[in-house]
Design a protein around this ligand. Structure first.
Ligand SMILES: Cc1cc2nc3c(=O)[nH]c(=O)nc-3n(C[C@H](O)[C@H](O)[C@H](O)COP(=O)(O)OP(=O)(O)OC[C@H]3O[C@@H](n4cnc5c(N)ncnc54)[C@H](O)[C@@H]3O)c2cc1C
Length: 415
């Protein structure tokens, strides 16, 4: 078997794949990324969390991101049904190392990260589609890939590590693993970009605004300039009952009729692109790594976007995967056991978020979010979660134990 000299084949060049490639390249490892699309390309998932900046700084890309994108210092939650609202600023968290994140049109953001992977020495092939992961027994050994510019060109590539970072496509998991829906999270999102929505002024301009209404919630994610991403997340059941053959554009407009607050923020804004939709988007995969393979980002699971957690889990998860892969390559043990810590750390982080998100939909955490005389520690706790402080690799802080105890994640069992 020829190894073509790569240490790792990475399928997908989204934030997970590109961060992994950049982190491996920084460690002197030879990474090859296969990305189906030609970047820049549109993608959903535009509000980042401050803690991802730990990784951006490490990869030397934080300053460039700061030059390009609007800073997000916090999150403003508004409740239509009660008229209450609450703004959380990241500086209030327990460990406020990073007090802001970025709001990013993903076409540009993903492109910057992929270019950074290239600059650091990773090889990136765009418009190459991975079609199969190749196994020898239980061990992944390579990939079959197709050059989309010349579809008769199909190649087999080999390396000791194969990483699936194909996002919601879940290339490998769909074929070889069990994938389950998550309780309470059967939702659908509709979204578009607008010019001219209302924004708070000053430092709060870049805050994400979340408007909660009877059937779900709206997001308003402002970009530098005057474009804002606006979306709504509702239960899939509600859409099935209400849409009834209506076009997405018209149904989306009608959804705003449900919320005076969302209409107020939208104001007379102009829609810039057709409404997109994604249904049933939360899922969990039974395993995150095996012999010679790992999942990074959405390829290994996805939880509701309520707290803008997806890109962070992909980015920080990728940084941890790079560490595990680097170590495995050094020792020569690339079996599942070599990635057990990676898997445990990612699961821990996902489940901290998941418990809180599920409790939000059940009502309890939503109450806490809007409590008028909130205790300062509760405020800090919420802000810490909103900052993405969920990877406690060395030490699990007491507030996180409190969260796990009071908002335990309800996860599917794979029997
Ligand atoms: C409605 C909604 C709203 C969201 N809002 C937010 C938010 O505000 N903030 C946030 O952080 N996250 C948000 N997310 C989540 C976010 O979009 C994802 O978690 C994030 O993009 C995951 O990154 P990734 O690198 O794992 O996957 P992706 O970003 O999906 O990247 C995967 C890449 O793999 C490529 N690919 C796929 N198949 C193949 C193949 N066979 N061969 C080669 N390449 C392939 C794709 O072209 C793509 O570029 C949201 C998600 C949804 C559904």
């Amino acid at each position: 078997m020829t190894h073509h000299g790569w240490d790792a084949l990475i399928l997908g060049g989204g934030p997970g794949g590109s961060t992994l490639a950049a982190s491996l390249a920084r460690r002197g490892r030879r990474a090859l990324v296969l990305e189906r699309e030609k970047f820049p390309r549109f993608h959903i998932g535009e509000s980042l969390l401050p803690r991802s900046r730990e990784v951006f700084v490490e990869l030397g890309v934080d300053e460039e991101l700061d030059r390009r994108f609007l800073r997000k210092y916090g999150a403003r939650f508004l409740c239509c049904t009660t008229g209450r609202e609450s703004t959380y600023r990241f500086e209030e968290s327990f460990d406020p190392k990073f007090t802001y994140a970025y709001q990013v049109p993903r076409a540009e953001f993903d492109h910057v990260l992929l270019e950074q992977a290239r600059k650091l020495g990773a090889e990136v092939r765009e418009q190459w589609e991975a079609t199969d992961v190749l196994f020898e027994g239980s061990r992944a050994v390579g990939v079959r890939a197709k050059n989309l510019l010349n579809p008769s060109e199909v190649t087999e590539l080999f390396a000791p590590i194969v990483v699936d970072a194909t996002g919601r496509d879940t290339l490998l998991a769909s074929r070889t693993r069990r994938k389950a829906n998550i309780a309470r999270l059967d939702k659908t999102a509709l979204f578009s970009h607008y010019r001219g929505t209302f924004r708070p002024s000053g430092q709060d301009e870049g805050n994400i605004q979340i408007v909660i209404f009877e059937h779900g919630w709206f997001w308003f994610i402002p970009f530098r300039g005057d474009v804002t991403s606006v979306g709504v997340v509702v239960s899939s059941e509600w859409i099935r009952q209400k849409q009834k053959g209506e076009s997405l554009d018209s149904f989306y407009d009608r959804t705003f009729a449900q919320s005076a607050t969302a209409r107020e923020i939208l104001g007379g804004a102009t829609r810039l692109r057709p409404v997109g939709a994604l249904a049933d988007f939360s899922y969990r995969i039974d395993q995150l790594a095996g012999d010679g393979w790992l999942f990074v980002g959405d390829a290994g699971g996805f939880l509701d976007p309520l707290f803008s957690t997806g890109a962070h889990l992909a980015i920080k998860g990728a940084a941890l995967a790079a560490e595990a892969i680097d170590h495995a390559l050094t020792t020569g043990d690339v079996s599942r056991a070599a990635f057990a810590t990676y898997e445990a750390n990612v699961r821990y982080a996902v489940d901290l978020f998941l418990g809180v998100v599920q409790s939000f939909y059940a009502g309890q955490f939503r109450e806490t979010l809007f409590e008028p005389n909130q205790r300062p520690t509760i405020r800090k706790l919420i802000t810490s979660i909103l900052s993405g402080d969920v990877f406690h690799v060395e030490r699990r802080p007491p507030w996180a134990s409190f969260l796990r105890e009071h908002y335990p994640a309800e996860v599917p069992t794979f029997v």
